[in-house]
Ligand binder design. Structure first.
Ligand SMILES: Cc1cn([C@H]2C[C@H](O)[C@@H](COP(=O)(O)OP(=O)(O)O[C@H]3O[C@@H](C)C(=O)[C@@H](O)[C@H]3O)O2)c(=O)[nH]c1=O
Length: 184
């Protein structure tokens, strides 16, 4: 074996769930398609998916073209409750809350056709997305506060901001190789 080779560590559980360090307050829920003779039914949001019980204040969709990157966004007040079941969308989270026990933690999720998912993102957690697929990706959002046209609760950083240690476009395996100490 080449000296420079790095051995894979466990990356997935026996029920096909990816290992990822938790971020306090983030909820990730895989939603399964319900196949039927004549099509597929997929639940998109249920109140019980958000334990806070805060009602849906608005619903909108964000369509990302193939290859598009939308990063980075953060909110001070609104909780984003995203749902993705179309396309192949990488969603990356970074805990920017200095008072959080998981401050500085990064999380990668890939959601869409392959794995419909609901993702709850608390205020203060930076998030961005990259459409890795060859078709449009559609993200639905059921935020806890309606969009304020005059005074948006939306803070941005450039996609390559140094404040967030993440390189868009670098695939997860290469990232792991770069960041993994050589396995002894
Ligand atoms: C959210 C929203 C935006 N807009 C307008 C504002 C702006 O001109 C245009 C694009 O809005 P945004 O820049 O917020 O869209 P975008 O940059 O795609 O960000 C969105 O995707 C992810 C990453 C998020 O974090 C969401 O909170 C949402 O802001 O649409 C509305 O008219 N209504 C809305 O409800």
């Amino acid at each position: 074996m080449f000296d420079s080779a790095v051995k894979d560590m466990q990356m997935i559980t026996s029920d096909w769930q990816k290992f990822s360090k938790p971020i306090e307050g983030v909820i990730a829920k895989e939603v399964l398609h319900v196949p039927r003779d004549h099509g597929v039914l997929t639940e998109i949001f249920r109140p019980e998916w958000d334990p806070s019980g805060v009602p849906v204040a608005q619903i909108y969709q964000s369509r990302l073209f193939p290859g598009a990157i939308g990063a980075w966004s953060c909110h001070k007040l609104a909780v984003d409750r995203l749902f993705v079941s179309q396309g192949h969308l990488k969603i990356v989270l970074f805990d920017g809350r200095e008072d959080s026990p998981t401050h500085g933690t990064l999380q990668e999720h890939i959601a869409g056709d392959a794995r419909p998912a609901f993702l709850l993102i608390p205020p203060g957690v930076w998030h961005g997305m990259h459409n890795l697929g060859t078709t449009d990706a559609i993200m639905l959002n059921f935020p806890t506060r309606p969009y304020n046209y005059e005074d948006p609760d939306h803070y941005r950083l450039q996609h390559d901001a140094l404040e967030i240690p993440y390189t868009w476009g670098e695939n997860s395996e290469r990232r792991r190789l770069r960041s993994n100490p050589k396995q002894e």
